[in-house]
Design a protein around this ligand. Structure first.
Ligand code: NAI
Length: 361
């Protein structure tokens, strides 16, 4: 089946990693995706457009699915974060970031990490409500609502159920913001009662930071508010080899936008140095979302083989290859995976006479 996917190449290293991702996805899907490229962020502003042109939003609304490179937000103002605007406009309320140790990745600080971060994506300190009360006094509002907290908790518990997860860690700082964080926690407790088969723990953010640094393998799923999720995602990426290998997805009702955790990396942009694996693994999540499990498995197997080979890796992974060389090598691995699958399919199935008895397996 053919379908359309909105492609926002993004700013900085975005176009470079997007190009690599498209090559890999076209390979595993046999070119069945119609990419619909649209611009946003500083690329759009440079073309005289708004940071989030209607064309981009309309395209995502039509296709219900998009994959994007990072978008730049000027620190000194200019425009509000296009990422936040996108998530809020499309009600992409749940951000999911699987953080996993990758085979062969010798730069990873820890092995055996396999955790899912679920981040509330629409409110908290990202409400954009900030103002100067009087000269020298600024107020930033952290908005927490029961509706959004219930929605993210329900999503997280259901995600845990459908993905075979066993334990949820709900992160908070209720000692400092008791009203807002206890509202968040109450919604988690409601879900805990509905899903009594899960182990649920409630952990202050500072304790989480310490535990992640000492033993990140003890966590299965982490559920948290918007800002905490942003910070902890980067920290967790650091545990498994850096921002170049951690994918992400933003889910709403019947709409999903996939993107890596990393930003536009202005320090290496335009130099063919960026690691495209995080966006490629985000595409794996996208393929699973649309039910293309075989293509997703194929993509993952290729990435794992590449990492295990230790060849043609970018500098952030300890290698010397550039983005294009890594992508060429990945296509080679994808080809090898396809070749092995074909070989296995051609081999005659072993009949019952050859089957080993259960006791011998
Ligand atoms: P960043 O993630 O762009 O870079 C942090 C460090 O990681 C840099 O040293 C960079 O070279 C390295 N890095 C990041 N991705 C890499 C990759 N794929 N391969 C190799 N190295 C990589 O974070 P920073 O510098 O804080 O943000 C830069 C811009 O990106 C800002 O304008 C920010 O607003 C934006 N941003 C956008 C995001 C998005 O669109 N989802 C997410 C985070 C930041």
């Amino acid at each position: 089946m053919k379908y359309s996917v909105t492609l926002l190449p993004g700013d900085g290293i975005g176009p470079e990693v997007s190009k690599a991702m498209v090559r890999a996805v076209d390979f595993v899907t046999g070119g069945r995706i119609d990419w619909e490229p649209v611009v946003a962020g500083s690329t759009a502003v440079d073309q005289g457009l708004s940071p989030l042109p209607d064309e981009a939003i309309d395209s995502i609304r039509r296709n219900r699915i998009a994959i994007k490179g990072p978008l730049q937000t000027p620190v000194a103002g200019g425009w509000r974060s296009v990422n936040v605007l996108l998530r809020q406009s499309l009600e992409l309320f749940a951000c999911v970031r699987p953080v996993r140790s990758m085979p062969g990745n010798t730069l990873a600080r820890y092995q055996g990490v396999d955790q899912i971060i679920v981040r509330e994506n629409t409110e908290g300190l990202y409400s954009g409500r900030e103002h100067e009360v009087v000269d020298g006094v600024v107020e930033a509002l952290k908005i927490v609502t029961r509706d959004a907290s219930r929605r993210i908790m329900q999503f997280a518990f259901e995600y845990a159920r459908s993905h075979g997860r066993k334990k949820l860690t709900i992160v908070h700082k209720a000692s400092i913001t008791p009203l807002s964080d206890n509202l968040f926690l109450d919604c988690a407790r409601e879900c805990e009662r509905k899903y009594p088969f899960f182990q649920v723990e409630y952990l202050p953010l500072d304790n989480l930071a310490l535990d992640l640094a000492t033993d990140p393998t003890r966590f299965d799923m982490l559920v948290m508010g918007n800002l905490d999720g942003d910070l902890i995602s980067d920290l967790c990426a650091g545990l498994v080899g850096g921002l170049g290998v951690v994918p992400g997805a933003n889910y709403g009702e019947g709409c999903a936008v996939f993107e890596a955790v990393h930003g536009t990396a202005p320090d290496i942009a335009g130099r063919d140095l960026a690691n495209p694996i995080a966006l490629i693994l985000s595409a794996e999540l996208m393929l699973r979302y649309v039910g293309e499990a075989d293509a997703a498995d194929h993509l993952r197997a290729g990435v794992e083989r590449l990492l295990v080979s230790g060849e043609s890796l970018t500098r952030d992974l300890g290698g010397r290859a550039n983005t294009s060389e890594l992508t060429d090598a990945l296509l080679g691995e994808l080809d090898a995976v396809a070749g092995e699958a074909k070989g296995a399919a051609r081999r005659p199935a072993r009949g019952p006479a050859h089957r080993q008895p259960d006791s011998a397996r």
